[in-house]
Design a protein around this ligand. Structure first.
Ligand SMILES: [Zn+2]
Length: 254
């Protein structure tokens, strides 16, 4: 897809799911050392492979560049995955990948613009957090807790960070995909989802299961080190929403 066409209208990248490939062919296509844009292990394994082989019905990521989105778009098309790109503020994109089961829900995810006004922006964020929680099959307790934070102008990511730095040897089990933040670092539903994904990978591709275990530790580390919080602060700046209350954050990263 042409970058200029995409920038003029990101809806031109909307892609419905098609016929998916057999797991071995999907793996070869996703992990073969490709030319062009470098995609991270998390992108290839968690966002693309897990959906392509049906271990997860859908995934979401915050892209680092337009080139990255277009590289993923190209792969999604070849793999028969659905993909939509939506805006969260004028300058921030989110990418959603999915199979047939989540197609209807995917096309209901709206763009969000900061010009809508503060109150409407919060309401829209809550609506979108609910919608993406359902789309991504996140544990209900974690989505509800995230929304609760949103309504009380507190931050679930900050809370996870604070808890993790107090723990000398925390278990990364609940951090089952990149940027997912559990309602608490010992959430049994989040841990169970991580184990389910791990089991699926072990059955299909044991080497990928080993990579997945390392990624989980990295995801937890992203919260513990404060990297996610710094990125969010930078994104809030991009969103340029006026914050009427101290402590409020314009983010719906769940
Ligand atoms: Zn939970």
């Amino acid at each position: 897809m042409d970058p200029l066409e995409f920038q003029l209208d990101h809806h031109s990248a909307d892609l419905g799911p098609g016929k998916q490939l057999a797991p071995v062919r999907a793996r070869n296509m996703i992990f073969r050392t490709g030319k062009g844009v470098k995609l991270s292990s998390s992108r290839r394994l968690e966002n693309i492979y897990l959906v392509a082989v049906g271990i997860r019905p859908s995934s979401m990521f915050h892209p680092e560049s337009i080139e990255e989105m277009l590289a993923v778009h190209d792969l999604a098309r070849k793999l028969g995955l659905g993909m939509v790109v939506r805006k969260c503020g004028t300058l921030v994109y989110k990418v959603f990948l999915f199979g047939r089961e989540k197609e209807e829900l995917a096309f209901r995810i709206p763009d969000l613009y900061e010009t809508m006004g503060f109150k409407e922006f919060i309401v829209a964020q809550i609506t979108i957090a609910n919608l993406t929680g359902k789309f991504l099959d996140y544990p209900k307790c974690c989505v509800e807790s995230f929304i609760d934070h949103l309504m009380h102008a507190t931050d679930q990511d900050q809370e996870a960070h604070d808890r993790l730095i107090l723990d000398r040897n925390p278990d990364p089990g609940a951090f089952f995909v990149e940027r997912f933040v559990p309602c608490n670092i010992g959430c049994m539903y989040a841990i169970a989802e991580g184990e389910r994904i791990l089991g699926g990978l072990r059955r299909l591709e044991p080497e990928l299961a080993e990579i997945y275990l390392k990624l989980r530790t990295e995801h937890m580390e992203d919260f513990r080190s404060g990297r996610i919080l710094r990125e969010k602060a930078a994104r809030d700046k991009l969103l340029s929403v006026p914050f009427p209350e101290p402590g409020w954050r314009g983010e719906d990263g769940n």
